[in-house]
Every structure is written in structure tokens, then in C-alpha cells.
Design a protein around this ligand. Structure first.
Ligand code: RM4
Ligand code: MN
Ligand code: MN
Length: 429
């Protein structure tokens, strides 16, 4: 293996943190013991948890107004993978990278797979991109893609998705995530029913090209880039499409893709009830698809989402194999630090959900005791589980304090010497 950060540096940093961690871990263990919970078993389950990182999240994002690159930022898939390896080496929760095409296009995918494995990483869901035009592209996506009124444009979008599946097969992926920006800015611009018909027809052609053990993850989003209507705008449109397409089609929830204050945890429960919960894009938001760091605005919502996911794990119905991924845009931080911090927050919310006294919760629900039910959830949410997450990471070879260790490695400054500078400009990546 070709680990990017020196093992000695991690060991040295851990040596100065270990006594405090053991103290905090022991004290949390005694507290949980009083509640009849064994700490080691929870730590083991936490260490089994993982979430993928997006290749595009390794670069500094931008807004519609500007992008402020940092020296040493990655500009190609090889450099992005290297940064993702740093995140996984220190954090030990993000062993897979989700690529986006054509952004991550290379000429030899077998070699890319080997290069990734040498960094201790694998590939997660492959993402197609029919929301932008690429240089030399035959038909513009300005009229939409899978739902465009122009057949040649739809065909091109279908073809691109099938190409993504073929690339994904070479990379060892098993899911294709499809998010389209198709929609309208004006009432009357398109027939709302017919545009969905066109989407379904195109999606069915992609579905047909899926290998037996693959899934197609349909990602809905309320608005943006279309501001009046979007073809797959909500979980209702998503599940209807998934049901029409067939068992390999599932729904993917991006936490930032809903109207403000929507009860996302209930959507999780609904989709799972019908065997259609396929995956997650974790991030946080205040106003729209802000792509802020997971749990930075509303950690309680993230906990409630994980509470439903743990219920789903215990009651798998028609199979439960959600693809978890971070989908964020890091506009003001070092993306490595944001993803380390986010992976830690996501794992902590999972740990808290594992610590809910579930039999008590179910009894409270049975006997209609809302206060007991609420306090049972709150008792888990109030726990500081950071020692569990840090111990799981340490036992797996990671850093106890990930960001401090990362800063001590001077990774970004070293990369600033080697990597080509990024050009200025606006845009999401
Ligand atoms: C979209 C959506 C997709 C992501 C693009 C970059 O809003 O979240 O998952 O691939 O952004
Ligand atoms: Mn997303
Ligand atoms: Mn988004």
C-alpha cells in the first residue's frame, strides 16, 4: 500500500492523545454500563460503519458567484484520489470514492482501479452528468437531458448513462446514481405530464443496460437549476419512477434537496417501507441545496435520520443495503478537513442512534407515552459519543485527532509545491 501520510507521524500524534481518550472512553463505558449497554459491542458496530466520499468534493467548490481555490488543491482524478486516501487513512470511515463522469474520465480504467486499490480505496456509485454541456458535445442539454423534448438529446443522455455503467463495471462499482437537472423556468414551458413520460422512457433504456447485480439510484431535487418545475422534484416522483422501472431502481435521498423543514426522517421510513431506499447523500443546508458540512447546521435532524436507518437495519423488509455518501461543496474550508469532520459527525449520529434504548422506545410507542418516547430518544442524542468514534478510528489505525494530525502533516503545503494551480472561475466544482 501507498499510504500518503507517514505512519510515524500518526503514531506520534496518537501517543499524546491516547491517555485522555482512554479516560473519556472508560468514563463513557461506565455510564453506558449503568444503562445496560456494552461499550465494546457498540464500538465494533461503529468501526463497521462506512460512508463514501465524492471525487468532486476533494476540490474547493464554488457558488454561482465565485470560486476561491487554495494552493495545493487537486485538479484531476489522480490527485483527488490521493486526497481521499488521506481522509481514509486518518479517519478510517471513508474507504470508497464515488466518481462523476465525464469529470473523472481517464483512458485506462483498469489502471485507475489499481491505482485506487494501492491507496487503500475502492469505488462507490458512479454518477452521470447530463446537467452540463461538455466541449465537443453533439447536442446541448439546454433543453433538458433524459426528459428533453428533442429525441437526439435524450438518446445522447441515455448513451452517456450506459457509458457510465460500463466504466463502473471496470471500476468495481455496483450502482449508477442518476440526478438530472431537467425542468422549466416558466409555467407552460413544458407539458408537466409529458416531460415525466419522456424521463421514464429514457430511464427505462438505462435500466435495461444494468447488469444483474447493479442498481439505479434515482436522486430527486426540488429545484435548481430549474426554478419553476423539476422533473424528479420530490420523493413522490422518485418512488413512482423507481416502482415503474423495476426492482433494481431505488431512491436516493440527498439531505439538501427538499423544501425547508420537510420531515426527511419520515421520508426515510416511507421509502424503506416499500423497499425503495437505495442511498443517501449527506450534507447540511439552511436555505436550499447549500451542500454545507453534514450536521453543521442541524445535527439533530441527522440523528433522527439515523434513528430511522437503525430501525430499518433491524427490520430489513425487502433488503436494506443503502449506499451512503457525503455530497458537499467546500467553499471556505480545506476539503480534506471538511470531509474528515463530516465523516466524524455522520458516524457519531449513527453511534447515537445505536445507543437508543430501542425496547424502551417501542414500549413507549405501544403504550402511547409520548414523553417517555421522546426522552428515550433524547437520552441517546445527549450522549457525547466522540470517544467511541475516536477509539474505533484509533483501533483501525487512524488518528485520534484527525484534523490536528492532518495539519501537522503539512499535506496541503507540500502539495502546493507539486500540483498545478487551479484556474479562477465560478461553478460547482
Ligand atoms: C446535484 C446533486 C448531485 C451531484 C451534483 C454535483 O445537486 O446533489 O448528486 O452530483 O449536484
Ligand atoms: Mn447529491
Ligand atoms: Mn445537490
Amino acid at each position: 500500500m501507498n499510504m500518503p501520510i507517514s505512519e510515524e507521524l500518526i503514531a506520534e500524534a496518537n501517543a499524546s492523545e491516547l491517555a485522555a481518550l482512554e479516560d473519556d472512553y472508560g468514563s463513557l463505558g461506565r455510564k453506558l454500563e449503568r444503562r445496560g449497554i456494552g461499550l465494546a459491542a457498540v464500538t465494533r458496530r461503529v468501526s463497521e460503519f462506512s460512508v463514501a466520499v465524492p471525487s468532486w468534493g476533494a476540490g474547493r467548490g464554488g457558488t454561482r458567484f465565485a470560486k476561491f481555490p487554495i494552493p495545493g488543491e487537486p485538479t484531476n482524478i489522480h490527485e483527488k484520489l490521493e486526497d481521499c486516501a488521506v481522509i481514509n487513512q486518518l479517519g478510517r470511515t471513508t474507504p470508497r470514492v464515488s466518481p462523476h463522469f465525464p469529470w473523472d474520465k481517464v483512458s485506462d480504467y483498469g489502471a485507475l482501479r489499481e491505482e485506487t486499490a494501492a491507496l487503500g480505496l475502492g469505488f462507490d456509485a458512479v454518477n452521470s452528468n447530463t446537467f452540463q454541456d461538455q466541449p465537443g458535445q453533439r447536442h446541448s442539454y439546454s433543453t433538458g437531458s433524459l426528459a428533453s423534448g428533442i429525441k437526439a438529446t435524450r438518446d445522447q443522455a441515455v448513451e452517456h448513462n450506459i457509458e457510465c455503467i460500463r466504466i463502473g463495471e471496470q471500476l468495481g462499482a455496483k450502482d449508477l446514481t442518476v440526478w438530472v437537472g431537467d425542468g422549466t423556468n416558466f409555467p407552460g414551458q413544458q407539458d408537466l405530464a409529458r416531460s415525466l413520460d419522456r424521463y421514464l422512457d429514457s430511464a427505462a433504456q438505462i435500466y435495461k443496460a444494468l447488469p444483474d447485480d447493479w442498481r439505479m439510484l434515482i436522486e430527486h431535487k426540488m429545484f435548481e437549476p430549474a426554478f419553476y418545475s423539476t422533473v424528479i422534484s420530490d420523493w413522490g416522483s422518485s418512488i413512482l419512477a423507481a416502482q415503474e422501472l423495476g426492482p433494481k431502481a431505488k431512491c436516493l435521498i440527498d439531505l439538501g434537496h427538499h423544501a425547508p423543514n420537510v420531515n426527511i426522517e419520515q421520508i426515510v421510513a416511507r421509502l424503506h417501507r416499500f423497499g425503495k431506499l437505495g442511498g443517501f447523500h449527506f450534507n447540511d443546508s439552511k436555505y436550499g441545496d447549500d451542500d454545507l458540512d453534514a450536521g453543521s447546521i442541524n445535527p439533530h435532524q441527522l440523528f433522527l435520520v439515523f434513528n430511522e436507518l437503525v430501525e430499518a437495519e433491524l427490520n430489513p423488509r425487502e433488503g436494506f443495503r443503502p449506499a451512503y455518501m457525503i455530497d458537499q461543496s467546500h467553499n471556505v474550508t480545506d476539503p480534506i478537513e471538511s470531509m474528515l469532520s463530516s465523516a466524524e459527525t455522520i458516524t457519531a449520529c449513527y453511534a447515537k442512534a445505536l445507543l437508543v434504548d430501542r425496547s424502551m422506545l417501542h414500549i413507549a410507542q405501544e403504550v402511547n407515552d409520548p414523553m417517555l418516547a421522546f426522552r428515550t430518544l433524547r437520552a441517546a442524542y445527549d450522549l457525547d459519543v466522540t470517544p467511541i468514534v475516536a477509539m474505533a478510528r484509533f483501533q483501525a489505525g487512524g488518528a485520534i485527532d484527525t484534523i490536528k494530525t492532518y495539519r501537522a502533516s503539512h499535506w496541503r503545503a507540500r502539495k502546493a509545491q507539486e500540483r498545478a494551480p487551479v484556474g479562477l472561475g465560478a461553478g460547482i466544482v
